[in-house]
Design a protein around this ligand. Structure first.
Ligand code: FES
Length: 113
């Protein structure tokens, strides 16, 4: 997992090069202590909370298919674009974070809840 230097919450935070992203292999990063998974779906980059609500496995180490990530530990599934929990064992939806890609760099914004 890449640890990213901290930035004030609510500001765009550079997290990765767009070229680092692979549709089959999410990239886990940590921003301000928050583990986040970066996913490439088509041309779109998505960022979702990376810790599974069930038992804290990293979703970015899971299996990705058809816009859904499956937790590597017990099989919870989450919609990557919306964070929606699709299998009850996942317990709740995961947070999604705003993403922008500028000049080949991916930035996300962590908005306080
Ligand atoms: S830790 Fe993800 S389903 Fe159990």
């Amino acid at each position: 997992m890449n640890e990213i230097e901290t930035a004030p919450s609510g500001e765009w935070q550079d997290v990765a090069a767009r070229d680092q992203l692979d549709p089959d292999f999410p990239l886990g990063v940590e921003v301000n202590g928050q583990p986040i998974g970066l996913y490439l779906l088509g041309d779109q980059v998505h960022a979702i909370e990376d810790v599974c609500p069930h038992a804290e496995a990293l979703l970015s180490q899971g299996f990705v298919e058809n816009g859904v990530v499956e937790c590597p530990l017990h099989g919870a599934q989450f919609d990557i674009a919306t964070g929606k929990c699709l299998v009850e064992i996942g317990e709740r939806d995961v947070r999604c974070f705003p993403v922008r890609v500028v000049d080949g760099r991916v930035s996300i914004k962590i908005v306080p809840v």
